[in-house]
Structures are given as structure tokens and as C-alpha cells.
Design a protein around this ligand. Structure first.
Ligand code: FAD
Length: 318
């Protein structure tokens, strides 16, 4: 079932969804089920699975020179989606990125997803690999998420990249895209970022999932600005718990988001990560309660391998 159909069927009731990372290579699917099992008690409407592109590492050889090796630490997004749907009978939303994919490879991935009965895709650009400063697309790939949205929308109309296919079967993907209440870090200003979001919707995206934020005012203002621009699709707020003192600097530098002074001050006072985890949990409960009150369509939790806090929050708000 499509994300938008879940939202429609809920008739204004707020739904819940979780986002997980594929396990690191070498771990079994059971390690993922261990993370998800407790959360299934809350009947998530769908589960997102992130995509992680290859990283290049340099390995020293005996002669002192280096070999450049491509490694994918967290493979398996498509397989994991199929496993989740099969194991829990819950919809899975694979993240699909532009980086590292040619248009043909994207098409083949979409065909796989369609054959597996996966109805949703979150279409993203992806970031540059760790050792590159700027994002550069595959020579035959897409530069921006909007180009990926356009490809998926075309496939939904039976138009394939392979031009010889004249009578192609149509897919029917529900397309999600990313939105940034605090602006995407590369965008010159918030208005231009919103304009690019609007273009993604006009190109065929059906809903938006936001980057994490820790100040709900930013989400509410963002939704208002979107509505003023006639962006009328569901805007799903993404929430992430702060789980350690280190995250005070890691979250802003990694995700380009602010932590409000009240939250940061409380975390700075904490003596241990356990204390910080508790402050993060209390903060998240308040954020979630406010979003429930204001009628958010879905609350999307980034679990990022830390399901316990999300579990505690869900217990406290249900
Ligand atoms: P875009 O929409 O393409 O935007 C990228 C930048 O380009 C923005 O600054 C935008 O304003 C600008 N822009 C857009 N179109 C144009 C244009 N035509 N001309 C000029 N500028 C333009 N990354 C992963 O690698 N894997 C994941 O699984 C993943 N999941 C995510 C889930 C969510 C909910 C979010 C919010 C982010 C996720 N990301 C993931 C991170 C994401 O890939 C990065 O934030 C990336 O830098 C931007 O992706 P995007 O889809 O927003 O890109």
C-alpha cells in the first residue's frame, strides 16, 4: 500500500513510521529483526530503509603503493525491504539515491522493486562520498533528486530509459522526497530550497519527509511556507532522539540542524551519556506530543540503530 493511501485511510489520525539502516556487511537479517521486533508493537504504517553508497578506501600494498578499493559497508536495501514485508507484513519504503547510479541501473532497481511488490520509493540525491567535497553524479546518472523523480514518474507511465521498449508495463510507485525545515546545507537560501522542493512535487512527488529537527516551530513554519507556495502534499516530520553528549556537535555538523538552547543546556549538564539519553527521550516525547496535537499526518522516527529510546517514547505517547 502506498504511503499516501495509508495517510488517506487514517482520516486525520496521526500514523507512525520508523527508519532503519541496513545492518553492516557481515551481520545477518536477524540483527535487523532484533531492532525492529520491539517496535512492531506500535503498528508502524511503513518502515523506511536507508541506502548507503560505496566508499573508496586506500589499502597499502607491500611495495608501499596504495590500492583504491570500493566498499559498501551497508548493502542490501532492496533485499531488506522485501524481508521486512515478508516477515512483518508491513510496507517498506526503500531510499533510492542518484549518487553512484546510472539511469539504466536506476531503472533496473525500480524494476526489481516493482517485481517485489514494493509500492513506495523515497527519491533522494544522496551526498558526496566521504573523500569528495562536492556531489558529482554518475556520468550517466542524475544530478538532482528531481531528475530521479522524473524518471520514476515516467516509468509509472510505462516510459523506459531503454527506448526500444515501446509497450512497457507501467509501475505505480508512490514517490516521496526530502524536505529541510532548516534548509538544505548547499542551498543559497531557504526560499530557493523551497522552490526546488516545489519543483520536485510538480515533477511527480507525492509526499515529503523532513530532515530531523529539534524545534517544532521550525517544522510548523516550514509547513506554512509550503502551503503558501501551494505545496499541498503531506509533509511528514522526521524526529531523531539525542542519545549522547557527543551528538551536541555531531548532529549540527553532520545533518546541518540546530539544537535549541534549552535542549543543549540540559545535555551539557549531563554527567553521562545515559543522562543525556534520558534528556533526549524527554525532549522527543514533548516534540511528538506537540506533533500529535497539531495533527501531523505521520510521525517518522529515525531509529539509526538506537531503537530503545524510540520504544520508550512510543510507550509514553501512545
Ligand atoms: P535535492 O532535492 O536534489 O537537493 C540538493 C540540493 O540541490 C539542495 O540544496 C537543493 O536546494 C538544490 N537543488 C535542487 N534542485 C536544483 C536545481 N535544479 N538547480 C540547483 N540547485 C538545485 N542520503 C543517503 O545517501 N541515503 C539515504 O538513505 C538518505 N535518506 C534521507 C532521508 C531523508 C528523509 C532526508 C531528509 C535525507 C536523506 N538523505 C539520505 C540525505 C540526502 O541524500 C542529502 O541531504 C542530499 O544532500 C540531498 O538530497 P535531496 O534529495 O534533498 O537532494
Amino acid at each position: 500500500m502506498k504511503v499516501t493511501e495509508h495517510i488517506q485511510a487514517a482520516k486525520g489520525k496521526t500514523l507512525f513510521s520508523f527508519e532503519i539502516l541496513p545492518p553492516v556487511k557481515g551481520k545477518t537479517i536477524d540483527s535487523l529483526f532484533t531492532v525492529l521486533d520491539p517496535l512492531m508493537e506500535f503498528n508502524p504504517s511503513f518502515i523506511n530503509v536507508t541506502y548507503h553508497r560505496s566508499e573508496q578506501i586506500y589499502k597499502k600494498k607491500v611495495d608501499g603503493t596504495f590500492d583504491r578499493i570500493d566498499i559498501r559497508k551497508r548493502p542490501g536495501t532492496v533485499g531488506i525491504c522485501a524481508a521486512i514485508m515478508n516477515h512483518y507484513k508491513v510496507d517498506a519504503v526503500p531510499h533510492l539515491i542518484c549518487g553512484g547510479f546510472s539511469k539504466d541501473e536506476t531503472e533496473n532497481a525500480l524494476i526489481d522493486l516493482n517485481f517485489l511488490g514494493i509500492d513506495n520509493v523515497l527519491a533522494l540525491r544522496g551526498d558526496s562520498p566521504k573523500n569528495e567535497k562536492y556531489f558529482s553524479p554518475d556520468p550517466n546518472g542524475h544530478h538532482y533528486a528531481i531528475d530521479l523523480v522524473k524518471q520514476i514518474e515516467k516509468l509509472n507511465r510505462g516510459i523506459y530509459v531503454e527506448e526500444e521498449i515501446s509497450d512497457g508495463g507501467k509501475t505505480d510507485f508512490c514517490i516521496g522526497v526530502a524536505g529541510y525545515p532548516e534548509k538544505h546545507f548547499e542551498s543559497p537560501n531557504p526560499d530557493l530550497d523551497l522552490l526546488h522542493l516545489k519543483n520536485k512535487i510538480e515533477a511527480g512527488a507525492d509526499y515529503v519527509t523532513t530532515q530531523m529537527f529539534f524545534d517544532n516551530t521550525k517544522y510548523h513554519e516550514y509547513v506554512k511556507k509550503c502551503r503558501d507556495l501551494n505545496i499541498n502534499v503531506p509533509i511528514i516530520p522526521g524526529l531523531k532522539p539525542v542519545t549522547s553528549k557527543r551528538q551536541l556537535s555531531v548532529l549540527p555538523s553532520m545533518f546541518h540542524v540546530d539544537l535549541p538552547t534549552d535542549l543543549a543546556t540540559e545535555i551539557m549538564k549531563c554527567k553521562t551519556d545515559k543522562d543525556a539519553d534520558k534528556v533526549g527521550e524527554d525532549w522527543l516525547v514533548e516534540q511528538a506530543k506537540d506533533l500529535l496535537k497539531s495533527g501531523a499526518p505521520v510521525i517518522h522516527f529515525y531509529t539509526l540503530g538506537k531503537p530503545q529510546v524510540v520504544y520508550n517514547v512510543m510507550k509514553r505517547i501512545m
